[in-house]
Ligand binder design. Structure first.
Ligand code: V47
Length: 365
């Protein structure tokens, strides 16, 4: 069976097929990715009302792509107090957030208990607020600092109110590329092992991929195949999030920025390769809002959320420092021809905002 026949029949694609997909033209890829997306979700695009909190930028690791951690590129170290974090959560809850997404640098001074206490405080005050916290990279860091197993840290996270794990820290699994861009932090096998343990505990998580730096298309496909293999066994990944590399204020010297076409191709190929991960998220923070909206026609069915404030990607040039107001978020999805569906953090549908918006504009209808 040739590649087009496989795409027509929906047969699982091999690593070699995945690499060959990059030789197809964008519209062919888009057509097949869109077909799958529409079969599963029709015209719906999911988003949630969330808040990102990045409590500290002091980091023991030096990832070459990172502009967020305090270093000679960003000489402004900070650590938020629990009071500051709680005030932020209080304000955001008043603004209607349903999820708080807490990820940080690997700060040896903060301490495991510091994290656990803040998760517990949030959960005690707001039992219905979904806490998505700690990347596999942070779990690995904490396990080394405190000489605890991954399982110990995971048990403590669950005891203290963490509901799900974000997908950060995956970067690119290929060991040679990984060594160059973030040698010294969690390895690919360890990242996958931590998510496997999390899924075995009955919990769900996401998976990211950082692309558009020094990696090649075959590394992206290898990354997707490794995730697909784990998902076959553990089944706990909700969403795959291809993160477009932002090139400002960091140590990686990347001359050629990816073209929009390559970003859309990667979005479509993610949908085609990852037949067992339900949601493909176009993270507007790194792709730009315009490309995220276009990605809806190239396999993506989720646009993350309103965010309110974001520090990691905005430090490297993304226009996400202040999030996006809810009405604007809903409007851009509607105006691009899709139906904005608010979801909870585990992808249960909460509200159809196209109806809500119409009602707001004309309360009598
Ligand atoms: O892990 C760091 C990435 C990630 C850069 O799980 C960069 O729902 C681009 O993981 N250019 C953090 N990316 C963000 C993240 C995430 C975001 C949204 C949703 C979810 C989810 C997870 O940001 C890091 C790293 O891979 N990152 N520097 C940069 N220069």
């Amino acid at each position: 069976m040739n590649l087009i026949e496989k795409l027509e029949s929906g047969q699982r694609l091999s690593y070699e097929d995945g690499v060959a997909l990059y030789d197809l033209d964008l519209f062919t890829l888009g057509m097949y990715a869109d077909k799958i997306r529409r079969n599963k979700y029709q015209n719906k695009t999911y988003f949630n009302i969330n808040r990102h909190i990045n409590p500290t930028n002091i980091c023991k690791d030096v990832c070459q792509f990172c502009a967020y951690s305090a270093s000679r590129k960003n000489p402004k170290p900070y650590t938020m107090s629990h009071d500051e974090i709680m005030k932020t959560v209080d304000n955001s809850v008043k603004n209607g957030i349903k999820e708080v997404h807490i990820v940080s640098a690997h700060n040896p001074d903060s301490g495991l208990q510091w994290y656990l206490d803040v998760f517990r405080k949030i959960k005690e005050k707001y039992p219905d607020l979904h806490v998505k916290a700690l990347t596999a990279a942070e779990i690995h860091f904490l396990s080394e600092e405190y000489n605890l197993s991954y399982q110990d840290i995971i048990d403590k996270m669950i005891e203290n109110g963490v509901d799900s794990m974000p997908g950060g820290g995956a970067e690119i699994f290929d060991e040679k590329v990984r060594k160059r861009i973030c040698g010294g932090k969690v390895t690919s096998d360890q990242w996958l092992e931590i998510h496997k343990l999390w899924h075995t505990a009955g919990r769900q998580s996401n998976a990211t991929m950082l692309f558009g730096h020094i990696e090649k298309p075959e590394h992206r496909i290898d990354h997707m195949v490794r995730l697909r293999e784990l998902q076959d066994k553990s089944g706990g990944f909700n969403a795959f999030i291809p993160l477009v590399y932002q090139r400002e204020n960091n140590f990686l010297k990347v001359k050629n920025f990816m073209k929009g076409q390559e970003i859309l191709k990667t979005m479509a190929i993610s949908r085609l390769m990852l037949d067992n991960i339900p949601h493909i998220k176009a993270y507007w923070v790194t792709s730009t809002v315009k490309l995220a909206l276009l990605s809806q026609e190239f396999g993506a069915n989720d646009l993350d959320g309103t965010i309110e404030k974001e520090s990691i990607n905005s430090a490297a040039g993304a226009a996400s420092a202040t999030g996006m107001p809810l009405q604007e978020f809903v409007d851009v999805i509607s105006n691009s021809g899709f139906t904005p569906i608010e979801r909870d953090s585990l992808y249960n549908e909460v509200r159809d905002w196209s109806i809500e918006s119409k009602w707001k504009l004309n309360p009598k209808t």
